[in-house]
Design a protein around this ligand. Sequence first.
Ligand code: DGY
Length: 331
Amino acid sequence: MTLKKKPKVYITRKLPDQVETRMRELFDAELNVDDRPRTAEELVQAVQQCDVLVPTVTDRIDQALIEAAGPQLKLIASFSNGIDHIDIDAAARKGITVTNTPNVLTEDTADMTMALILAVPRRLAEGAQVLTTKTGEWAGWSPTWMLGHRIWGKRIGIIGMGRIGTAVARRAKAFGLSIHYHNRKRVNPATEEALEATYWDSLDQMLARVDIVSVNCPSTPATFHLLSARRLALMQPTSYLVNTARGDVIDEQALIACLKAGKIAGAGLDVFENEPKVNPKLVKLAQEGKVTLLPHMSSATIEGRIDMGEKVIINIRTYFDGHRPPNRVLP
Ligand code: DGY
């Protein structure tokens, strides 16, 4: 697909300055310098005028929006790794190509996952809070104060052994955890051997045996509430749950009930079912030190965001040069 003019590109959120500068140079770019989330009506207007839509995970690109698009909309070049906010099937039916920005967030997300794996059992947020007062005073060291649980020597169960899950496994192994994982299919023998990883075909069995569960699978209809009330009840009362993937993989109400009843020891959550809303019961649990909550920031590094922007640009340019974009997502 080639255009005589520069493609008209509508970008829904503020992007790093250098990405915006490049977009301005290359495209007829409509930026969002104020970073005000676009309304549904504004998105409808946009898809009736632009050649390319650049949404992020905060935009709902559903069937209704895609059906409202004019024939000029050729490409949805998402500024995201995850694509659960886009109805890929509806886009395919309309002949609209969809791309994402994989690989560049893997290591950053795995770092933050590891940070939560350390932070929750070792009570990092609570400890940091002690000195975050007006006076910065504390009673001093005591042999029995602020005790958490060690993580080395424990078992981690990774749900979803894709790029991010594997990067988490590498880190966890270096921290002395033994690696267990559940995935749609077994990873290749060389990776399993390098990580000394144990594959569990049965998620239920794995949940009952590990000390820390890390959710690293995408949000799809098949993973919706994968960690249901029944499955959460299989976890040990001393175990921890960390989620840096998507909120809806866990039944949040069931998790809250489990945490309140002491059926698991704690949780570290970077993602939530109804973002940007966070269930007030989770906030209360955080105040009680039972959970550590982060505002969807696992991939939030300056370098990562610039890399994402470059991927979006490459996808758009490749498409309008008449080639298949490198990060095309198939339904
Ligand atoms: C993504 O791009 O899917 C990430 O969740 C954003 O942090």
